[in-house]
Design a protein around this ligand. Structure first.
Ligand SMILES: Cc1cc2nc3c(=O)[nH]c(=O)nc-3n(C[C@H](O)[C@H](O)[C@H](O)COP(=O)(O)OP(=O)(O)OC[C@H]3O[C@@H](n4cnc5c(N)ncnc54)[C@H](O)[C@@H]3O)c2cc1C
Length: 430
């Protein structure tokens, strides 16, 4: 490695990009995380300007609910090690609460202790497909939201103070440079090696150069375009009769096409957060977080206050959050979000009805819905590797769309980021 540490741009500061940057930093490389989010990193963990819901309770005290990933788990020992480190730094904490499954039609609450060891996977509601772990539908609408019950042997963690704080916390703790509010529009291979990035930021378009590049964006379009450009360069070289260049170009072009297909297959969901009056109490509702296999509207519902380091009560009110089914989100793709929030609140009312006997289930004081157009990637590249590293061009790709080997997309993204960091550090600058 050269005496001046090389600089690597990590485009995308979700969990994949943040963990990739952490590894690079630990391996003596200077990473810069560049993210389009204006107010924070985190991507689908709920970062940036897109996600954090702010409520004003009756006394105008703000409350923040987790509007992205509601919980995380590490079944893989490599990720479990990272989680222990993040827990020691106060960025993650274990969430021990009353977990289980809720029947949607008065079926009642089954605590996870009772159903542990039994499979709670259901049939996909519309297609009748098996939603076993190797099926692409495993992530959503599959009965057991992101393996909430099936994966419960591994401890359940949440970000502190919110899920949205995890990625900023990782970068802050490792003193990693972060550029926010800058969307990378295009990347160009520099003639002498390395990359020049065209950034669209608050000061307009600007260019910046780096020795290496990791694309950790949720949308593989940038990766597809970048690889196509490399392939075209190889094709040009093959015109001089370099057979190997032609072979490499073909493979790269195929990868570029595959990335386009992944981009087209995206599953939307809606996250919902609502503030309830105090009669929705811990004593009345017997659970804190449930998967809801039978509901066409929502697949996960949780009490925010049961998470560690969250305020228990907000002026006597309780904050709840939920994740819709993708089917519901697709159906209401163009609907007004207030209307969507109202429908989700009505579903909660029905789910809670058995716990209010014959009395009236309260309406929320306030409810908001947030639409995620590409929450899940139902198809992956299905590679054996967790990330893609193209060492001759000092380019790596990571994210939840690469490998199908993990039980949850969060875990796939996190391990992909770690792998990309290790491979970039090992091969880019030899
Ligand atoms: C509401 C919700 C709930 C979920 N719940 C779960 C769950 O319980 N369990 C689970 O396993 N998974 C869950 N998921 C999926 C999980 O969030 C993702 O699989 C995982 O977080 C992906 O991480 P990532 O880093 O690959 O991508 P992302 O988190 O999407 O990060 C990509 C980042 O790249 C940035 N970016 C994109 N393009 C550019 C560009 N051109 N220039 C600069 N920056 C760019 C984005 O701003 C973003 O911050 C959920 C997703 C949502 C939306």
């Amino acid at each position: 490695m050269a005496s001046t540490p090389p600089r690597v741009a990590v485009v995308g500061g979700g969990i994949a990009g943040s963990l990739c940057a952490l590894v690079l930093k630990n391996r003596g490389i200077i990473p810069t995380v560049i993210d389009a989010g204006k107010s924070g990193l985190g991507g689908r963990l709920g970062g940036g300007d897109r996600t954090i819901e702010t409520f004003q309770s009756s006394h105008r005290r703000p409350a923040r609910g987790d509007a992205g990933v509601p919980f995380v788990r590490a079944s893989d020992p490599r990720l479990a090690g990272i989680f222990s480190m993040l827990e020691a730094k106060g960025l993650l904490a274990k969430w021990n609460a009353r977990f289980g499954i809720l029947g949607s039609a008065g079926g009642g609450f089954l605590p996870s202790g009772i159903i542990a060891g039994t499979s709670v996977r259901s049939m996909n509601k519309d297609s009748g497909e098996d939603s076993s772990p190797n099926n692409a539908n495993k992530t959503t609408d599959a009965g057991d939201f992101c393996g909430f019950i099936d994966g419960s042997k591994a401890p359940t963690y949440v970000g502190i103070p919110t899920m949205a704080d995890l990625c900023p916390g990782i970068c802050r703790a490792a003193d990693i440079e972060v550029i926010l509010g800058s969307s990378v529009r295009k990347v160009h291979l520099a003639p002498g090696g390395g990359w020049t990035l065209s950034l669209d930021g608050k000061d307009g378009m600007m260019a910046d150069s780096y020795d290496g590049l990791v694309l950790a964006t949720h949308n593989p379009l940038l990766a597809s375009d970048t690889i196509q450009t490399i392939a075209e360069g190889e094709l040009q070289a093959s015109k001089d009769d370099h057979d190997s260049s032609s072979l490499i170009a073909d493979r790269l072009l195929q990868l570029s096409k595959d990335l386009q297909l992944i981009r087209e297959a995206r599953q939307p969901i809606v996250s919902w957060s609502a503030l309830y009056p105090s009669d929705v109490s811990k004593d009345r509702i017997p659970f804190d977080a449930v998967a809801i296999p039978g509901s066409h509207v929502m697949q996960f519902l949780s009490r925010n206050a049961s998470k560690p380091n969250r305020p228990g009560q907000l002026d006597g009110c309780e904050l709840w959050t939920a994740i819709s089914t993708s089917q519901f989100a697709a159906h209401y793709a163009d609907a007004d979000l207030d209307q969507v929030a109202e429908i989700m609140s009505s579903e909660v009312k029905q789910l809670w009805a058995p716990y209010f006997d014959n009395s009236h289930v309260p309406d929320p004081i306030y409810a908001v819905a947030k639409r995620w157009n590409a929450a899940f990637t139902p198809q992956t590249l299905n590679l054996k590797e967790d990330s893609i590293a193209l060492a001759p061009w000092r380019l790596a790709l990571c994210g939840d769309y690469i490998s199908n080997s993990y039980s949850t997309p969060f875990e796939a993204a996190a391990l992909s980021g770690l792998d990309a960091g290790e491979r970039a550090a090992a091969s880019f600058f030899q």
